[in-house]
Design a protein around this ligand. Structure first.
Ligand code: GLA
Length: 409
């Protein structure tokens, strides 16, 4: 895959989204909290993923894109070089910590990501002093569109600018991932942070998580939109089971490596024929997890071809196939998500649908014909309410540019 290294520029970007009011609110709140104007404004978006789920930490392929929902940070130096104060506008909460004490026991929730980012910068030897910050977000929380990566990457962008740190965009993504591993403790792959930083308007980006090469691709279906349906459920299993899945995949690699007398670094190196050959020595779960990852990588490769061809039918079928594999083999779906995908399958305006992100709740991604979006949403909302007593949150998103510095309004 060709490496197209186009760094998001450090020049201010103009926001082209529905964010001016969010931006104004953040700037205004900064003045209220800290009695002066911020020095830096930065943003980083959430992401969608067309296909390639639970493949990133298996050195596999993913096909995400950044979206027009983002987290905005306003940042300034703190009067006390040791102290950071961060105000979460949406929550009306403030944390205060000493830059020399980043013990994660002192906070929880969103605060962990903030501490994680500062710790990530410090462990990479970047010099950070006390700062004051206000942030707010239009990325829906806990819905599988990676609000956490948006938070991490937005703060990283802002710190890079404020402290004039020489950090490559790709490294921002890796620092965000480091923060996530070491603070909230989710052993995620690189997909979310990568898309939040490297995303481009109107394009998806295929990342090869083995060699970190990537390739942008235009989204070829002008008559379709990405409609996310937030199930508004988040099963408590999500983060613990995520790490369990990762371990099961590693176990499968080890067992197959031993049997083959080779040292395979990841499932990416293992073929379906090898998996079938060694099915007996794997537990049923290990076999199913590996089966999902191997077939999902193949689906991403095929999806790239179908996007180039603009083959609507195959694009949709691959999405459904991904969902069934996530449901039956990787076992990260839940009844609510399965119900939403089934509704989509029965609607004539929907090309494809599947659960998106880590799973056990969150949202489905649906490719829906523009003229039928309203009908699809109203039918599904009604059916979901009737079956689960839960109000659905639909979100229609566009592919947008990745993280950047915002010019002052
Ligand atoms: C979460 C993780 C990602 C990825 C997805 C599943 O969003 O943060 O790294 O593993 O789950 O594809």
């Amino acid at each position: 895959m060709n490496q197209q290294n186009q760094s998001p520029s450090r020049n201010p970007i103009k926001m082209n989204m529905h964010t001016p009011s969010l931006l104004d609110r953040v700037v205004e709140e900064f003045k209220i909290q800290f009695n002066r104007t911020p020095l830096v404004l930065a943003q980083a978006p959430g992401r969608i993923n067309l296909i390639g789920e639970h493949t990133d930490y298996n050195e596999g392929l993913v096909l995400p894109g950044a979206i027009d929902r983002n987290t905005i940070f306003a940042l300034g130096f703190s009067p006390d070089a040791q102290i950071c104060e961060v105000h979460a506008l949406d929550m009306g909460e403030m944390i205060r910590f000493d830059i020399g004490d980043l013990n994660k026991m002192q906070t929880e929730g969103w605060g962990l990501y903030i501490l994680g980012v500062v710790a990530a910068l410090q462990q990479a030897d970047y010099e950070v002093r006390g700062f004051q910050a206000v942030f707010a977000s239009s990325v829906p929380l806990g819905s599988g569109v990676s609000s956490s990566a948006a938070l991490e990457c937005s703060l990283l962008m802002a710190c890079r600018e404020l402290f004039d740190l020489d950090i490559e965009p790709f490294e921002i993504a890796k620092l965000g991932q480091w923060a996530e591993h070491h603070y909230p403790g989710v052993l995620c792959g690189l997909m979310d942070q990568f898309s939040s930083v490297m995303g481009r308007k109107d394009q998806l980006v295929c990342l090869d998580c083995r060699d970190l090469s990537y390739q942008y691709i235009d989204f070829p279906l002008p008559d379709y939109r990405f409609v996310l349906l937030n199930s508004n459920v988040k099963h408590s299993l999500s983060s613990s089971e995520y790490n369990v899945r990762k371990r099961e995949c590693q176990e499968a690699v080890q067992l197959i490596s031993q049997a083959e007398g080779e040292n395979f670094p990841s499932l990416r190196e293992i073929t379906m024929a090898q998996l079938e050959k060694h099915q007996r020595i794997l537990s049923r779960k290990q076999y199913l997890r590996a089966h999902h990852v191997i077939t999902e990588n193949a689906r991403v490769m095929q999806m790239m071809q179908e996007l180039v061809r603009g083959n609507e039918e195959m694009i949709g079928s691959l999405m459904f196939a991904s969902h069934y594999s996530l449901r039956d083999a990787y076992e990260v779906s839940c009844p609510e998500l399965d119900f939403l995908v089934m509704q989509a399958e029965n609607h004539p305006g929907v090309l494809g649908s599947r659960m998106m992100g880590g799973g056990f709740g969150g949202c489905t991604i649906n490719l829906v014909e523009v003229d039928r979006i309203a009908d699809f949403i109203s039918q599904t909302t009604e059916a979901y309410l009737e079956s689960y007593g839960i109000q659905l949150t639909p979100i229609t998103v566009k592919l947008a540019d990745g993280a950047g510095i915002i010019s002052f309004p």
